[in-house]
Design a protein around this ligand. Structure first.
Ligand SMILES: [Zn+2]
Length: 471
């Protein structure tokens, strides 16, 4: 599989430390509030990656942390612990808040058909590990004690900005702007490994340590949880692109300084979900959650399909109109599958070339939009209905859209195939083209229009959207 690696800034052949096995780590949620659907886009795409690796025969062990302490309001170690803010907002204890939002997160994941990780570890359960790692970093000169806190000394590193796709200067300015200068830091990028002093003295959870009673910084938890369950050589680390700096950059700094050798070979970052007004966030505009989608009558799997229709390395723009397009495409796809006969026997040899083609699009940097298109290719192929059902079921082990299950659940009346053999597929392509235009990906939009034209389908753009006719 060729997969883009943020560390090398290239698409490269995905390799594992042990043949056939993948150790996979995912930064989990900070459980102080509901996840918004922008956060969940990352988990959906990571889930598809995990399922693709399993589908290709890898044995995957996936570990996720739950951040229930130490993630301050600013990612750069300033402000109050987010958990404490959540507890105060809801007049509950930090532990109650953590439990409630951890459950809510996994409820959302379940609705989106995201597999539960093999290991889920709350940060508060690993204090001894943090102390062990920080002690070694102190002993080896990578960490220092100042003003009551323990800091990682970034000047000891040969290279700190490992993901600098971005301009280093711009990053530095960004950090300077968003952070009140901490006078204890020797270098502006140094970060806290262990807090005992903060302006916010009512921190709820504290533990004894060689440096005084306090609590861990946010970054150290991911290094320690990953190393405990996945060992010293990690194959694949996932997360949203906004975690690349400073969080993942700091994870690498402390893990490799502690281990004395390279740590994680492959970094998979999922790009933002935007709204018309910019990057989606909890504080801005409508707070879009899975529950809200359900209240408005959408099956959460429609949102999953919407995410799959775009590449994970492109920013994706959310609008209700685009979600409606995905809902229409999903509905028609399910009805076409429901119309397939359940009689007959499948012929594995006939299916072979289709599996090969599906594998090729996954292997090309997880091209999920073409993987969705493969479903339509199968539906219109010269194959028996039994083969079509077998292939769709097999592809859906990766896509996770529960297509056969939803098709089986349709009542007899609903099972009638939609008008026009290719209607569902064409509308899926129109939805993908609308999305490409929204993302300003003109080349992709033109490609889709031309591909349809080559098949004698003409698109008509109107103010209300795009319709089509046979030319
Ligand atoms: Zn993390």
């Amino acid at each position: 599989m060729k997969l883009y690696n943020s560390l090398s800034h290239e698409k490269e052949e995905f390799k594992t430390y042990e043949p056939g096995k993948v150790s996979m780590y995912t930064c989990g949620p900070t459980v102080y509030h509901f996840a918004h659907i922008g956060n969940l886009r990352s988990y959906i795409m990571e889930d598809v990656l995990e399922k693709a690796l399993r589908w290709e025969g890898y044995e995957v062990k996936r570990v996720m942390n739950i951040t229930d302490v130490g993630h301050l309001s600013s990612d750069a170690d300033t402000g109050e612990d987010k958990m404490l803010k959540g507890a105060r907002r809801e007049h509950k204890t930090v532990l109650e808040i953590a439990q409630f939002y951890t459950d809510a997160f996994f409820d959302d994941c379940k609705k989106l058909n995201i597999k539960y990780p093999d290991v889920v570890q709350p940060a508060t359960g690993m204090i001894d590990s943090y102390i062990k790692v920080i002690t070694k970093l102190m002993d080896t000169g990578y960490a220092y004690f100042a003003g009551g806190n323990v800091y990682f000394d970034t000047s000891k590193l040969k290279k700190y900005y490992v993901f600098n796709d971005h301009d280093v200067e711009a990053l530095e300015v960004g950090v300077r702007d968003s952070v009140e200068e901490d006078p204890n830091k020797r270098n502006k990028n140094d970060f806290v490994l262990w807090f005992t002093k903060s302006k916010f003295e009512d921190q709820a959870l504290k533990w004894d340590s060689p440096w005084g009673v306090g609590y861990p910084g946010w970054h150290i938890e991911c290094s320690c949880i990953s190393m405990k369950f996945l060992g010293e050589h990690l194959d694949l680390h996932c997360g949203g692109i906004d975690n690349a700096f400073p969080h993942h950059t700091n994870e690498i700094a402390q893990s490799e300084s502690y281990l004395g050798h390279p740590w994680c070979s492959h970094w998979f970052h999922v790009h933002h979900l935007n709204t018309a007004s910019g990057k989606m966030s909890k504080s801005k505009g409508e707070f879009l959650t899975v529950s809200l989608l359900e209240e408005k009558g959408y099956d959460p799997l429609v949102y999953r399909l919407f995410c799959l229709q775009s590449h994970y390395r492109k920013a994706l723009t959310f609008s209700w109109e685009n979600l409606d397009n995905a809902a229409a495409a999903y509905d028609k796809l399910v009805r076409r599958i429901a119309a397939l006969s359940r009689e007959g026997t499948a012929d594995a040899a006939a299916q072979g070339p289709w599996r090969t083609q599906f594998r090729e699009v996954l292997d090309n940097d997880l091209n999920t939009s073409l993987a969705v298109t493969a479903l339509y290719d199968v539906l219109k192929a010269d194959l028996s209905d039994a083969d079509k059902r077998a292939l769709i079921g097999d592809f859906d082990r990766v896509l996770g859209l529960e297509l056969l299950e939803h098709a089986a659940a349709l009542s007899e009346g609903e099972k009638a195939a939609p008008a026009g053999e290719d209607a569902g597929e064409i509308e899926n392509l129109i939805a993908q083209r609308a999305q490409a235009k929204k993302d300003k990906n003109w080349a992709e939009a033109d490609r889709i229009r031309d591909a349809l034209k080559a098949r004698g389908i003409e698109l008509i753009d109107t103010k209300e959207g795009t319709t089509w006719k046979k030319a």
